[in-house]
Design a protein around this ligand. Structure first.
Ligand code: FE2
Length: 278
């Protein structure tokens, strides 16, 4: 099956047409979408409204679905999170550069995010290829990073110290509902399907290197975090109602641009189970 592919930038992102994602994907259609995801990291589908059943069915084509560990359930399906901002919210989900949910032992392999109600302008999402970020490093830096691990934890994005619940519609577990979770992942991971290496640290979850303090980690970690966001590694997606993005969470960081104040934004998301990074 041939998809219509329009690349969004040289290294990441493609708009896809020629496939109906509102219906269960047949094997040949799924194979084409899956290969396109491996090739382009994020796929954008326009004007295909998905109901909750279709959203879950699409995610399940890739893997079992994740029940998010700390975002408070806010739909009648535990696998679906409504990503929302209300007028007046000052913070939003995903407003720092991050890969999703990397504090768990097996971070999601990907996600499907579907737009229902979006502001007339703003509220875009920017995605950055972490293959491109890794490949742009010098040989000396690549050698230094080989074998280095980072500790990922959820203390900045959930729990009582995060302060998220006072400033936005999406609520996270805190108080007695929350226990900090941390796991160690390689700073450079190998994608289990493409075999390509990519940077795997992010601002929301990676706060230090293994066996090092935050202060000791900070100079190199800061460099890697900023380097991974360089504009030449990115593409930007403008949302419209009925837009769906499927992303590969293993080789990509993204940021929700917090540039809207007065408008509501309503999206629905599922996450697909991933493997232990290596
Ligand atoms: Fe995210």
């Amino acid at each position: 099956m041939n998809l219509g592919i329009t690349q969004l930038s040289p290294v990441i992102g493609a708009e896809v047409n020629g496939v109906d994602i509102t219906k269960p994907l047949e094997n040949d259609a799924f194979a084409a979408v899956h290969q396109a995801l491996l090739d382009h990291i994020i796929l954008v589908f326009r004007d295909q409204p998905l109901d909750d059943d279709a959203l879950m069915a699409l995610g399940r084509r890739f893997s079992t679905l994740v029940i998010h560990p700390f975002i408070m359930p806010n739909t009648d399906r535990p696998e679906i999170v409504a990503i929302m901002r209300d007028p007046g919210d000052t913070t939003i989900v995903g407003e720092d550069w991050h890969s999703d949910t990397t504090h768990i032992a097996t971070p999601p392999m990907g996600a499907v995010l579907h737009a229902i109600d979006v502001p007339p302008r703003g509220g875009d999402t920017i995605f950055a290829s972490q293959y491109a970020a890794y490949e742009a490093l010098s040989d000396g830096m690549k050698k230094m990073l080989a074998g280095l691990n980072a500790v990922h934890d959820d203390t900045h994005v959930a729990g009582p110290k995060s302060g998220k619940n006072n400033t936005r519609a999406n609520k996270v577990r805190d108080g007695a509902n929350w226990r900090p979770t941390s796991n160690v992942h390689p700073v450079v991971r190998t994608h289990p399907e493409t075999g390509r290496k990519c940077l795997f640290v992010n601002r929301s979850y990676s706060h230090r290197f293994e066996n090092m303090t935050e202060a000791e980690s900070e100079p190199l970690l800061s460099f890697l975090l900023e380097h991974g966001n360089r504009p030449e590694f990115t593409c930007r997606v403008r949302w419209t109602p009925g837009t769906t993005v499927i992303w590969d969470n293993r080789c990509m960081k993204h940021i929700a641009v917090n540039d809207v104040t007065e408008h509501r934004r309503v999206m629905r998301r599922v996450q697909m189970t991933g493997d232990k990074p290596f």
